[in-house]
Ligand binder design. Structure first.
Ligand SMILES: [Zn+2]
Length: 283
């Protein structure tokens, strides 16, 4: 069923697990994420970034995802990822998204607070929850996100930000990157623990792709409830298509799309199992 992202994340926070937020662009990516979540009995968040608004019919896309969610045996949320414009957020709210991310991380803290607070007021009137970000992720390889400067989140600023904006969940920058790491990941888990002590809302980790499993597990233990995954799934689909084309087999588009969906599912399954924290009590 379609679920409010905040409810999904508060449940995850209580249960000490994380929910995968997969970036989706079309029917196949949405179906892949929902099928994997159903097979694993886990909730899932489908995320569409503002940067795809020029090419994706937002209202049509939302209607499609909500129809798929209504049929699903697990909770499915529809999230607007990295939005910089108020009009995109209002458009997402109007078309039925269950949460929105306002990214004011490029502004200084005072401005970010002011703009985020306004978005929170609008979204909450519609029953939609809000994610925001302070600090900023650097961009690694194969990413389709904006360049960030890699500033880590300051716990005191996080406390002030959450208190003053009323935001429902917070993206913390602790050293993960958008895309694949170039060199060794340098992720500050002790900083994450300090941020956790400073704020009570569920914490979000962007940049799940390429992050070592043990770091992910420790991050979940330290309070991460939502983990965004984009690049690794995209890479699986693209390399699948590339192999198809290099084989020069005359094949119908419908076959490529169906098989491409299947090529993404093992990658999503790996993440969903890792995030579910099911083996946490097994020594
Ligand atoms: Zn992100």
């Amino acid at each position: 069923m379609l679920a409010n992202t905040k409810d999904v994340l508060l449940h995850a926070q209580k249960g000490k697990y994380a929910v995968g937020a997969f970036n989706v662009y079309n029917l196949e990516t949405a179906q892949a994420a929902i099928r994997v979540a159903e097979r694993e009995y886990q909730p899932v968040i489908l995320a569409l970034g503002e940067r795809y608004f020029p090419t994706v019919d937002v209202e049509g896309f939302s209607a499609m995802v909500r129809a798929l969610a209504a049929k699903a045996s697990i909770s499915v949320s529809l999230h607007l990822d990295h939005a910089y414009k108020k009009e995109s957020i209002i458009r997402a709210i109007r078309s039925g998204f269950t949460s929105v991310m306002y990214d004011g991380s490029l502004f200084d803290i005072e401005q970010n607070i002011r703009y985020t607070k306004e978005i929170v007021e609008i979204a909450h009137m519609a029953g939609v929850s809000v994610e925001a970000e302070i600090g900023s992720l650097a961009r690694g390889a194969f990413s389709d996100e904006e360049e960030g400067d890699g500033t880590l989140t300051d716990p005191e600023s996080a406390r002030q930000f959450v208190t003053e904006t009323g935001v429902d969940f917070l993206a913390a920058a602790i050293g993960t990157v958008h895309g694949m790491y170039q060199g060794e990941p340098n992720i500050d888990l002790s900083l994450l623990k300090r941020i956790r002590q400073a704020v009570e809302v569920p914490l979000v980790l962007h940049g799940g792709s390429g992050t070592p499993d043990d770091i992910i597990k420790q991050a979940i233990q330290a309070g991460i409830c939502k983990i965004n995954v984009n690049t690794e799934v995209s890479m699986a689909a693209v390399s699948f298509i590339q192999n198809y084309l290099e084989a020069y087999k005359p094949v119908h588009l419908s076959t490529i799309m169906a098989d491409m969906q299947e090529s993404m599912e093992p990658v999503m399954t790996k993440f969903v199992r890792l995030f579910s924290n099911k083996d946490a009590n097994i020594v």
